[in-house]
Design a protein around this ligand. Structure first.
Ligand code: SF4
Length: 480
């Protein structure tokens, strides 16, 4: 894939028309890399588009059991928001979407091949996306896909089915043999199904019911993609020569796709220094609450903590003057005003774009806090769900009022590595058990947490159904 320097969107119609042959089906195994020239702008746009879809797959997979109605509903809703929708009756726009699907897959391969952890994440989300899309294909669409990919599986003829109907009946969980389609495949292609005893075996063939074909396809896709990711990782050093692409690729895995809180007008209005302490108890996420408490206790924060907390405060609506007042009043319990002005005021002004290159710095997203600049000894920045010792986290959650069941659920989620989901569950529990809106699903940003909390405190979302011990209740929210 060549990367040009100018957008080529003007040729979109031509590509759509030509693409019909190149993209005969909405589903792909992404066997051949794209060879066309795209602009840097398209490169980034396409990558972000796919990232949105994969993040939606991740959230849906965490929130619901795959294949359930709730899971399907959520996936359809999320995919509709992106350019990855597609249907059998192809329009020119659909071909354009398939092109984005193709190119964006290869861009993310480059971004996610760099470590074992990234590869595992990418593989899991790509497999989930593929499963979801294949299962939502019509019979005609799925057979077309098999044919196009030389997966020579077709339903066995009726006579053959009748001959072995007794054996087939034993291999299925539900339905009647006469109404189901069975595919005869080499048993080595269906090892997962053989292992779980879900198929009838005869003469080296497995008889697979149509609904289980996806298991075979996923094995094929998993093997192809794992191999491709390892190959891409080996080829990656060549890319390091291109200083336009490398920073973009490295940043993609930590990319925040939500709202920008840099210059957002705070819903809570202007926040003054003397309001921060009360707000920290009601509406700060655990990461910022921890920084605030450390600052109050030690009258000092190390650089990483000052950056993370200072930008968060800016994002919730603390002006430069109020920020200066707030930091100074705490630090001056240990040092004098002159020392503060010399050593710390520059940094605070810098965060607000008043010093240095005068950039308006953005508050850190959860991904950035979780994935970069891990705290060392004596540091207090970071995400408690990711960086705290489990015992310390438990204590913290307990002291914030989490009951036994809630505590166990949040800790179990943290242990699985779903830090933002754990944070969202914690939020729900301490806000009266009221579930987060389906639009949010999980927090992506500490400032988003603050905003949501403030909406509830101000009563905007005061009365809703909530979940507690798997029971639905109705409550009026009250916060301390
Ligand atoms: S998940 Fe995000 S908001 Fe929650 S504690 Fe971690 S960094 Fe803060």
């Amino acid at each position: 894939m060549d990367i040009g320097s100018r957008p080529r969107l003007k040729s979109r119609n031509k590509i759509k028309f030509e693409g019909a042959e190149q993209y005969p089906h909405v589903l792909q195994f992404y066997s051949c890399p794209p060879i066309e020239t795209i602009s840097l702008q398209e490169f980034e746009e396409f990558a972000v588009e796919r990232l949105k879809v994969l993040k939606a797959c991740e959230s849906a997979g965490i929130k619901h059991i795959r294949g359930t109605e709730a899971y399907t509903e959520l996936m359809i809703k999320e995919i509709r928001k992106t350019k990855f929708k597609g249907k059998e009756n192809v329009t020119q726009e659909d071909i354009y979407c398939r092109r984005i699907d193709h190119i964006s897959h290869f861009i993310l391969r480059l971004a996610y091949c760099r470590s074992e952890e990234l590869r595992r994440w990418f593989l899991q989300q790509e497999l989930d996306l593929f499963r979801f899309r294949f299962q939502n294909e019509s019979i005609h669409g799925s057979e077309e896909f098999l044919k196009l990919n030389n997966l020579d599986y077709s339903p066995i003829p009726r006579e053959e089915k009748e001959k072995i109907s007794g054996e087939l009946a034993h291999s299925i969980c539900s339905g009647q043999v006469s109404t189901l389609d069975f595919f005869k495949v080499y048993f080595t292609d269906a090892l997962d199904l053989v292992k779980s005893r879900k198929v009838f075996l005869k003469d080296g063939y497995a008889y697979v019911v149509r609904e289980d074909l996806i298991s075979i396809l996923l094995s094929v896709y998993r093997a192809k993609l794992s191999r491709a990711l390892s190959q891409t990782a080996r080829a990656l050093p060549h890319l390091e020569e291109d200083d336009r692409l490398l920073p973009m690729l490295c940043g993609l895995s930590k990319r925040y796709l939500g709202q920008d809180y840099t210059n957002k007008k705070p819903a809570a209005g202007q926040i003054t220094a003397d309001m921060i302490d009360t707000l920290s108890k009601k509406s700060f996420p655990l990461c910022m609450q921890h920084l605030h408490q450390t600052l109050k206790r030690e009258h000092h924060l190390k650089h990483g903590g000052r950056m993370q907390y200072g930008l968060f405060l800016k994002g919730i609506g603390v002006s430069l003057e109020e920020a200066m007042k707030f930091w100074k009043s705490e630090f001056m319990k240990l040092i004098d005003g002159d020392k503060f002005d010399k050593q710390y005021s520059y940094n605070i002004r810098h965060n607000y774009g008043k010093e240095g290159k005068r950039a308006d710095y953005t508050p850190y997203s959860c991904m950035k806090i979780i994935m970069s600049n891990a705290p060392g000894p004596g540091d207090t920045h970071g995400c408690p769900f990711r960086h705290f010792d489990p015992e310390l986290l438990k204590q913290k959650l307990k002291s914030n009022g989490l009951g036994k069941d809630a505590l166990e659920e949040v800790i179990a989620t943290t242990k699985k590595g779903h830090y933002q989901v754990a944070c969202s569950k914690y939020f729900e529990y301490i806000h009266g058990g009221i579930a987060l809106d389906s639009d949010i699903q999980t927090f992506q940003h500490p400032n988003q947490y603050f905003e949501e909390s403030q909406k509830r405190v101000s009563g905007e979302k005061g009365k809703k159904l909530f979940r507690s011990n798997n029971t639905l209740h109705c409550c009026n929210i009250s916060l301390v």
